[in-house]
Design a protein. Structure first.
Length: 572
């Protein structure tokens, strides 16, 4: 798609002058085809060649380089490169989400913590600063602190004095480049990204409001005053400032595509690129709607851009086909996700645990210390931040939300919804468990116990089915006799009714043994079965976890050790 658009002129070696006023340049945005550079004035875009395995684009202060995250290997690595994709240089392994210092000499990145004191901290992240040439790596002192777990979205202020980041609870915090904690005049909650105004006086971020949805908020740091900006019907996610400070680029959900019953995987809950004035007026979608995977980066126009030749066209085999009348958009966001499906047309770009990405064909399951998203082909797993007390994940039909069971401090459980990145937890139904979705995605079903005192599981009030809307309204009891729509916890069986045979006596101890079919789920095409379980004998203890097997037989494959409970397979 977008193969017919003209290519854009981009500078590859100019150095911006600090005395020259900044000019708005190109917007770099991640899609599942790679990184696109979008001209917001002409509303045209070009694909950076050989960038399909790259994400998190961040323009250098002078607009001549991009810092990116590569997920070509089993880990995330940060590189720099020219806008045409050439001269790619490794900066740091096991890192992602780069942001430049204002002088262009350093990057702040998110790093995986090499060791964790407890199992619950497995996969935790922290912040580090590294020179742009990869030398002198040093942490910012967040390791071991309560807000070091699953930090995301670091952004270096244009004045160089502060770094903003989002902690695991969605709270924006400030730290100096020397690691000194800095006060915030307010504590924005449930944000997934943050962006500095060019003069470093304001922060723009998104905030989820259960009544009004996703909103853009601008915080004046001097006064502590928040201004909520109006936005389109699909909400505002990940607003970023333009270099001139006069506009904000952001993603907004295509509500029509998200609700259509005939949409393909790529059309579900798609996020499209918009821009608006910094006061929230003049919001408009760019072109026919370029689909995005996470926060964009608005670059400064290099002073000598006019003298630079246009980007070379991508190789023929990489050039996307022209879009149809209904598909003139960049391909669709997961959350931030570190895996990619096998089918190219649905391949979501892999992302670290940061907002946004939707993972079509991804399995959600409870693992050690939280909920994981697991890709069935690569077995890559991403632990979602903030989910240590959550279990029983269930994908919504449009793959925009997960319904989960959350353990409360009083010993009860409640049903919440979260975004695929683990963000935006919203209470749906208290004192409930085992969530599942209606086929249309307009209701969540859950089980409650209405016994006044501990009761026998056979009692009528021990297991009561409730239906509730995803926003937590209109909760009502549903009689099982009328609950033919409730299919969230039925036994799993091949879609054609046939039997499958894949467990044989195996003295090599490399198989799962047996499993409970109530802890299993089918892929949407009925060709594979995912299940949790494993042998109880000590010799096979390491084989307990999430498994996958083909419906026509074959050897089961262990995807994630330690996984328990019923998995949920995302549609698509």
């Amino acid at each position: 798609m977008l193969g017919t658009l003209p290519l854009l002129a981009v500078g590859s070696g100019a150095t911006a002058s600090s005395s020259a006023p900044p000019q708005n340049g190109l917007i770099a945005v991640q899609s599942n085809e790679g990184i696109y550079l979008v001209d917001p004035k002409a509303e045209k875009a070009s694909l950076v060649p050989k960038s399909v395995e790259l994400g998190d684009p961040a323009w250098s202060p002078d607009g001549t380089l991009l810092a990116v995250t590569s997920f070509e290997s089993d880990r995330f690595d940060v590189y720099t490169m020219k806008p045409d994709g050439s001269d790619r240089k490794l900066v740091l392994e096991n890192a992602h989400s780069p942001s430049w210092s204002p002088d262009g000499k350093q990057l702040v990145v998110v790093r995986e913590m090499e060791s964790s004191p407890t199992a619950d901290d497995d996969g935790a992240t922290s912040l580090a600063i590294v020179n742009a040439d990869g030398t002198d790596v040093h942490g910012l002192g967040l390791d071991g602190s309560e807000d070091s777990l699953y930090v995301s979205g670091p952004e270096w202020s244009p004045d160089g004095k502060r770094i903003a980041f989002v902690d695991s609870g969605g709270t924006i915090k400030l730290i100096s480049p020397d690691g000194e904690r800095m006060p915030m005049p307010a504590a924005p909650i449930a944000s997934v990204s943050v962006s500095w105004s060019p003069d470093s006086s304001r922060l723009a971020y998104d905030r989820y409001d259960g009544k009004n949805g996703e909103q853009a908020v601008v915080l004046d740091l001097a006064s502590g005053r928040e201004s909520v900006l109006p936005g389109p019907e699909g909400g505002v996610e990940s607003p970023v400032w333009s270099p001139e400070g006069d506009q904000l680029a952001f993603s907004s959900t295509d509500t029509h595509a998200a609700t259509t019953t005939t949409a393909t995987c790529g059309e579900h809950a798609s996020s499209r690129l918009w821009v608006m004035a910094s006061d929230g007026t003049k919001a408009h979608q760019l072109g026919d709607g370029y689909l995005t995977l996470g926060p964009a980066s608005w670059g400064r126009a290099p002073e000598s851009a006019e003298a630079q030749p246009p980007l070379p066209p991508p190789a023929a085999e990489e050039q996307p086909p022209p879009a149809t009348a209904t598909e003139k958009a960049l391909p669709p966001n997961p959350t931030a996700a570190p895996v990619a499906p096998a089918e190219p047309e649905h391949k979501p770009a892999a992302r670290p645990p940061k907002p946004a990405a939707v993972l079509y064909g991804t399995i959600a399951v409870r693992g050690e210390g939280g909920i994981y998203l697991v890709h069935p082909d690569s077995a890559k797993a991403q632990k979602l931040p903030g989910t240590a007390d959550m279990s029983a994940p269930a994908w919504s039909p449009d793959v925009s939300l997960l319904a989960v069971e959350k353990a409360e401090k009083d010993g009860s459980t409640s049903i919440y919804t979260i975004r695929p990145g683990g963000t935006k937890p919203q209470l749906v139904l208290a004192n409930a468990a085992s969530p599942s979705w209606s086929e249309a995605g307009d209701q969540i079903y859950a089980v409650r116990s209405e016994c006044a005192t501990p009761c026998d599981p056979e009692d009528d009030d021990a297991t009561v089915l409730y239906a509730v809307q995803p926003d937590g309204t209109n909760a009502r009891r549903v009689d099982f006799e009328d609950a033919d729509v409730y299919g969230g916890r039925e036994l799993s069986w091949p879609t054609d009714g046939s039997a499958i045979h894949f467990f044989e006596d195996d003295e090599s101890l490399d198989g799962p043994g047996s499993f409970d079919s109530s802890q299993a789920t089918w892929s949407t095409d009925g060709t594979q079965l995912a299940f949790t379980g494993g042998p109880s004998d000590e010799a096979r203890a390491g084989k307990i976890g999430l498994w996958i097997v083909s419906a026509d037989g074959g050897k089961p494959q262990l995807l994630l050790s330690g996984a328990t409970g019923r998995p949920s397979w995302a549609a698509g």
